[in-house]
Design a protein around this ligand. Structure first.
Ligand code: NAD
Length: 545
């Protein structure tokens, strides 16, 4: 028996919140689906432009006081929120699992654990990561100048998030934005509003001042209202995570207002297994990389390229491991593969498989939807004899399917891996780390893992983001934090009693000095620059007269 997902109800709605409401919903959902739909609609309403603008107003009003606090004071709130999460691990895990269909084990390992780690990291390290720093301005220091960069909060950050990691993805961006001194308006996916509202509730209980984390529930129209608001309404930046199609709409709307935007979009991530790879590890990594989260991770292994010499043994291991996976009610602790989060995505998986079969592919394991399961289950599927004419090898499948193709040379493997409009992550499997590192630089993707798959999104310290249609900008790590601040250059002249030699008025002497500056000052040599001193003194005198 498969548990009903909250999303059956939430698909039709967009969610104000309290733990009590969430509990009530959980209790009545099983017995009275219609009443549960009504409660859900009340909890997570479809908000319009007026509500989005009010949320932006509140966030804008609350932000300056928050920005004036020390990093330590902000960290106190984040660490308090972290304590609350730790105390409610199972409750939160169950909520995520019910709302998405993923196994509770994955809610814990792929969402809650990385979130806790990230909260700890940014609470402890944001002050260091955003410390003002001096810039080497070369020879200009000889003129008594110095430069420094300081990092200022941007204001209100609009976060628009998808349904596949409804806890980890928005939580990370909320924590980083808050630690940097911003306030947040969060628009979660209409399919997973309850998890987002739980994030809001946790911060509310951690005594985050009112207005700093506003959650606007609803569908694409609510998201569009947020991006359409622009800086005029106080929106300083958009952090969007979702599909390429929506990403393009968000970018177009942001362009109208020149709102800075980070886009974290889809992927079609390749895994390259070289002939010297540890086959057992590579096979296990391939199936976890392709089937974890029911294949609905932006960094899922969506294409596997195996050296022809090891392909038969590799495929045999992959099929054996796949057939041993347990797929069932995600609430059960020993389930490996849960349900997909929505029927639309399940249909895309079916379409990709049927297109591949029509073009000559072979299914070696799985291959179809699980009927009469009470949820959107698709069997973990291994497909061979694929090529790049197939949708399965070109478009994001976002489901539990592992297509495997063979290659003969390293160059061919790189060419196949790069033959995609996407470039989020990639992995290379080899016992020779130097070879792996060398090949890694040839793959077009934001993250390349050698002997690993998928998981670096869980590393708070490392940048996350793609190239090509996988988007632009970064989240996570220092690079991600820098997206949430405005770098300000502060330049000081300690010799202001001397006029600058390049100021008016120009003269023959000035031209001679500028020639000397071109030849000597720009050489980078202190000795050559100091030879200019007599000419400079002459110019200063001339300026004084
Ligand atoms: P989606 O693009 O359908 O929706 C994402 C969010 O955008 C939702 O909150 C949605 O309501 C909102 N939205 C829809 N129309 C909008 C509009 N016109 N203006 C503003 N907001 C709008 O994506 P999805 O189906 O929720 O998520 C799956 C996609 O997300 C996949 O392509 C996956 O690869 C991608 N993803 C990427 C990353 C990453 O880090 N690169 C992480 C997770 C998911």
């Amino acid at each position: 028996m498969i548990a009903t997902q909250y999303s059956t109800a939430s698909e039709a709605t967009g969610c104000q919140h309290s733990t009590t409401v969430l509990r009530v919903l959980g209790i009545i959902e099983c017995r009275h689906p219609v009443a549960s739909l009504a409660v859900l609609y009340w909890v997570a309403p479809l908000m319009g432009a007026a509500e989005v603008l009010s949320a932006l107003n509140r966030a804008q009003a609350a932000q300056p006081a928050w920005a004036s606090l020390s990093f330590r004071d902000r960290a106190r709130v984040v660490l308090q929120a972290r304590k609350i999460v730790l105390a409610e691990l199972d409750e939160i895990g169950t909520l995520i699992s019910r709302e998405t269909g993923k196994p509770s084990a994955e809610a814990l390992s792929m969402e809650i654990v990385p979130g806790l780690d990230l909260m700890h990291y940014f609470a402890r390290h944001t002050a260091r990561l955003l410390q003002p720093h001096k810039i080497d301005i070369g020879q200009y220091w000889l003129m008594g100048r110095s430069s420094q960069v300081v990092y200022k909060p941007l204001g209100v950050i609009g976060i628009i998030s998808p349904w596949n990691f409804p806890w980890a993805t928005p939580l990370a961006e909320v924590v980083m934005a808050l630690m940097a001194g911003n306030s947040v308006v969060l628009k979660p996916s209409e399919l997973t509003p309850l998890t987002a509202l739980k994030i809001g509730e946790v911060f509310q209980r951690a005594r985050l001042p009112k207005g700093l984390l506003e959650i606007v529930t609803g569908d694409g129209t609510t998201g569009a209202a947020l991006t359409d608001a622009g800086p005029e309404a106080g929106l300083a930046k958009i952090m969007f995570t979702g599909s390429v199609a929506t990403g393009k709409r968000v970018a177009a709307s942001a362009a109208k207002h020149l709102t800075p935007t980070v886009l974290e979009l889809g992927g079609k991530d390749p895994m390259i297994v070289l002939e010297d790879a540890n086959l057992q590890s590579a096979a296990r990594a391939a199936i976890w990389g392709a089937f974890c989260n029911a294949g609905q991770a932006c960094a899922s292994v969506e294409r596997c390229y195996v050296h022809e010499s090891i392909a038969p043994r590799f495929i045999e291991l992959v099929v054996k491991e796949t057939l041993a996976l347990k797929q069932d009610n995600p609430a059960e602790s020993e389930v490996d593969v849960g349900a997909m989060s929505n029927e639309r995505q399940l249909r895309i998986v079916e379409e990709h498989i049927s297109d591949a079969l029509e073009r000559g592919a072979r299914v070696l394991a799985g291959g179809k939807r699980v009927k009469n399961s009470g949820g959107w289950f698709h069997e973990p599927t291994v497909v061979t004899e694929v090529d790049h004419s197939m949708d399965l090898m070109r478009d994001e499948t976002f489901g539990p399917v592992l297509p495997i193709l063979t290659f003969k040379t390293d160059d061919e493997a790189i060419k196949l891996a790069n033959d995609s409009v996407y470039g989020l992550t990639a992995s290379i499997w080899t016992r020779n780390i130097a070879r792996g590192r060398r090949l890694a630089t040839k793959v077009d993707a934001g993250t390349i893992m050698v002997n690993e798959v998928v998981y670096t999104h869980a590393l708070a310290q490392t940048p996350w983001g793609g190239v090509k249609q996988s988007g632009y900008g970064r989240t996570h790590g220092r690079l991600g934090l820098l997206e949430l601040v405005s770098p300000q250059h502060i330049h000081i002249n300690r010799l202001s009693f001397l006029p600058d030699v390049w100021w008016f008025r120009y003269s023959t002497g000035a031209s001679l000095l500028f020639h000397s500056l071109a030849k000597h000052f720009t050489s980078g040599s202190i000795i050559q620059s100091s030879l200019l001193l007599p000419q400079m003194i002459k110019r200063w005198r001339e300026r004084r007269d």
